[in-house]
Write a new protein. Sequence first.
Length: 201
Amino acid sequence: MWHEYPIPSDFDKQKDIIRKLRIWIQQLENNKLIVGYAFNHYYQVPPNPNEPDELRIRFQYRDEQNRDRVEKKLENEIKKLLPNYVRQERHWGSDTTETHVLQAYEFGSRCAFLAWEQIENGRFPESYFAKASIVQGKAGVAAKRIPLEFQTHLSHGVMNSIGIPKSPDEIAIYIRNLMDSTNSRTKQELINWLQKKWIDF
């Protein structure tokens, strides 16, 4: 069974917390205390008091007897970064979400940990993973945005490397993600959003 631990914090602090916990979480798995891990960032722009920003860390335990030990250590580790943290725990998805969805989040989290390992080893510059917003260069011309270019090719590279066909599957994934991120329930709603909001990159 998966267990989830919400950690109230803004987006920048969420990133700091999970990155600082990476090695500890990987050691949990190496020591066979957990068999899986995942995490997600939840934040609202602009902030929404009804949906607080929080990092959600998830563990799948090899043996439920390990849970108390891991939870106490998790609480102690987070209190080093958020002194007022009070541990909460809830079940994650196993009774409401299909296994392949949980595994997709787990795989994404493992990819993120691999990326941070490569940054810390000096293989990739951290700037590749920075915000890729529009930057104006000289004479008002948009400067080359290496993070955006890197992240675009990263997305394609992962799908291509594991054999997902570019057409129609990869295209459909991008469209579905765009619909999710714009809260478009239909293709027409997505078209309307693109016509109203799209910034010419």
